[in-house]
Design a protein. Structure first.
Lengths: 164, 500
């Protein structure tokens, strides 16, 4: 997330200039929040002065989101803006996929199988893992979870299909 | 006070409480020593483990995790220059220099002693002042509580690192997340979108673990191995020289005083305390000239400040039920889960919990010094485990830990959502700590806001007419005003200097 270089490629213009600025993207994020909160609040009763309804507080929060978004937009246009940098996306995406796979397979496979799937997909986030290494890691982690949560905390954690 | 403390020690010295205290301190240190993992992440990850015991034991264990993680963070700072939190970042400066000079053992030992002394002073002040503050808080109505929470939220989000606007925006976001679920006053569902599992609101454990644990991994994964080379830390190397001891004592006292003061204020806490202490040492320490090159004062002062602030931060949390920072917000959330409602009533209704907690704070500090210093060598060897082995293990523990709280896969989905959210927010340079503060305080601040307006029949003047509420409002406005004026003043000064 380096400050924008003065020379080199031509400066982005217009809307694109705002969207590639860290503050600009932040403002967009806040506006999306404001929209979601605003839609929800509009469906709720505001109540009257004496009896404040469930929509009153969210409506105030929605207004504050808009206020902060405007301030960030001003900062995004101001000189000295910082461009947004996402870094390597693949490793993070693999990690997210690994946990999603855990959630999807856990009800069928139990903790044991789901943990192995999680570890294998998460390992794809970084290159150069040997299968043996993965096998050892998976077995150790399944054993650890079984010891800590099932035996130690006496939790109803299904370890394999049909367990508990 | 003595009588109350005796009651506390009676509770704290039961075998089970001692065991949980020891467990908390050790596990906290184990997690906290991992590079980049600070108290906030450690507490989030370990929160589920405390759900299986009595409220007193759970809180004692949590407090133990807090100190353990804090100290563990210092170990990583001193040995590797990889601070877990902002509050231990200062310790890097001189601590890591001491390591480079081969005095790692002494730096670790002195930081433990400074932490213990700082923590003890903080505890004494807490035992002395908490009852008086709780007594005062009995005069508070909804208006005062609303204003107090607003002050805490504004202070915590603007005084911490980064942009004040972004901090405030995250507090608002947190408040929105906090009010998800059933509105207890009107019985209406809000932000649930027909999902029955959201009726009780979003899960504190899932959100905290996602924001601080999982997002940390998403940010760091793929950045390659970090340079890990640690010295062997033997017991013998930990013995400080007489000169080092003599130099660091005054710094410890100064640090404790600074920390106790800043810790009790809403929003400031241990980060500002440790930075302030370091700034003071640079002016007054005997080795002021060698600060930054491995001066013991640069380790002892901030460490004492850090830990005394960690103690006095409990004063507003326990007596008013208003946390000053994200760690305290998690503590408060955990207390509520266990059916303990902090606040003025806690001291009167359940004195054994309150005083037991205070006594066990001290025991936790003591256990940290007595049992864990000999184990430093073991914790240090943890740092040699390659990150590629460590992160899958951490992810598995986070996922199973989240599932274990409600035995719910839905909570794991929440964890994933908050992990991605935290990752995105970090990329956009939004601070994530104010979010948790907002999530915990959301329902409370809204309830007090609505109750105030109901009592005044919709008249906003009620917040101005009550003197305590007015003072709190003025303090909040002063903080916001300072945030607006300071940048302009700095710019004006810079321009004046450039012109001269």
């Amino acid at each position: 997330m380096a400050a924008e270089p003065r020379t080199g490629r031509p400066q982005p213009r217009g809307l694109w200039r705002i969207l590639t600025a860290r503050e600009g993207l932040g403002a967009v994020f806040l506006l999306i929040c404001a929209l979601i909160v605003g839609i929800e609040a509009s469906g709720l009763s505001m109540g009257r002065g004496r009896m404040v309804g469930p929509g009153y507080f969210p409506a105030i929060l929605c207004a504050l989101f808009v206020l902060f978004a405007v301030i960030l937009l001003v900062q995004a246009i101001a000189p000295g803006r910082v461009t947004v940098a996402f870094g390597p996306l693949r490793p993070a995406a693999m990690m997210i996929a690994a946990i999603a796979a855990f959630c999807l397979t856990f009800p069928f496979l139990g903790a044991g199988g789901a943990i192995i799937i999680l570890v294998v997909i998460a390992a794809l986030a970084e290159s150069g893992r040997r299968p043996l290494e993965l096998l050892i890691l998976s077995v150790v982690l399944v054993a650890l979870v079984w010891l800590v949560f099932r035996i130690g905390l006496n939790l109803q954690l299904p370890m394999y299909p049909g367990d508990v | 006070m003595i009588e109350n403390l005796m009651l506390g020690f009676e509770v704290a010295f039961s075998a089970s409480t001692l065991l949980y205290c020891f467990l908390g301190v050790s596990i906290g240190m184990f997690i906290g020593v991992l590079p980049g993992v600070g108290p906030l992440a450690a507490i989030s990850m370990l929160l589920p483990l405390t759900y299986y015991t009595t409220p007193t034991n759970a809180l004692v264990m949590l407090a133990g995790i807090y100190y353990g993680a804090q100290y563990g963070g210092s170990v990583a700072s001193i040995l590797l220059r990889l601070p877990g939190t902002a509050s231990s970042a200062v310790v890097c400066l001189d601590g890591y220099e001491m390591t480079r000079k081969g005095r790692a053992g002494a730096a670790l030992f002195l930081s433990a002693v400074a932490s213990f002394v700082g923590g003890s002073i903080g505890i004494i002040l807490m035992a002395a002042f908490a009852p008086a503050l709780a007594e005062f808080a009995l005069r508070f109505g909804s208006q005062e509580y609303f204003m107090l929470m607003a002050l805490g939220l504004v202070a915590a989000s603007t005084l911490s690192e980064g942009s004040a606007v972004k901090g405030l925006a995250m507090v608002i976001f947190g408040l929105v997340l906090g009010i998800v679920g059933l509105d207890t006053i009107s019985g209406t569902m809000r932000f649930t979108y027909g999902e029955m599992q959201l009726v009780d609101g979003i899960s504190l454990v899932a959100s905290a673990m996602g924001l601080f644990g999982l997002s940390e991994i998403l940010v760091n994964i793929g950045k390659g191995e970090r340079g890990v080379s640690t010295q062997k830390v033997t017991m013998r190397s930990m013995i400080p020289t007489r000169q080092e001891l003599r130099d660091c004592w005054p710094a410890i006292w100064r640090g404790s005083a600074i920390g106790s003061f800043f810790g009790a204020l809403p929003g400031t806490g241990s980060t500002i305390a440790s930075f302030f202490s370091y700034a003071v040492e640079r002016k007054v320490a005997r080795n002021a000239k060698t600060m930054g090159q491995g001066a013991v004062e640069g380790v002892a002062g901030p460490e004492a400040a850090n830990n005394s602030a960690a103690q006095t931060a409990f004063i507003p949390t326990l007596t008013l039920g208003v946390p000053g920072d994200a760690v305290m917000a998690l503590m408060l959330g955990a207390m509520i889960v266990h059916g303990v409602q902090p606040g003025a009533a806690m001291l009167n209704d359940t004195p054994e919990v309150f005083w037991g907690l205070i006594a066990s704070f001290w025991i936790g500090n003591l256990i940290l010094v007595i049992f864990n210093i000999p184990l430093i060598g073991l914790w240090v060897s943890l740092l040699r485990i390659p990150y590629r082995w460590l992160y899958p293990a951490i992810v598995v523990l986070i996922v199973i830990g989240t599932y274990s709280v409600n035995l719910s896969v839905f909570d794991v989905y929440q964890l994933l959502a908050f992990g991605v959210l935290g990752w995105l927010l970090r990329i956009l340079a939004f601070p994530t700590a104010p979010l948790v503060l907002g999530i915990v305080l959301g329902p409370m601040i809204e309830e007090n806001f609505r109750r105030s307006l109901m009592l005044s029949r919709g008249d906003y003047m009620t917040f101005l007419e009550r003197p305590i509420s007015l003072v709190l409002l003025l303090a909040t406005l002063a903080i916001i005003g300072a945030q607006l004026v300071l940048p302009l003043w700095r710019r004006w000064q810079a321009r004046a200097e450039a012109g001269a």
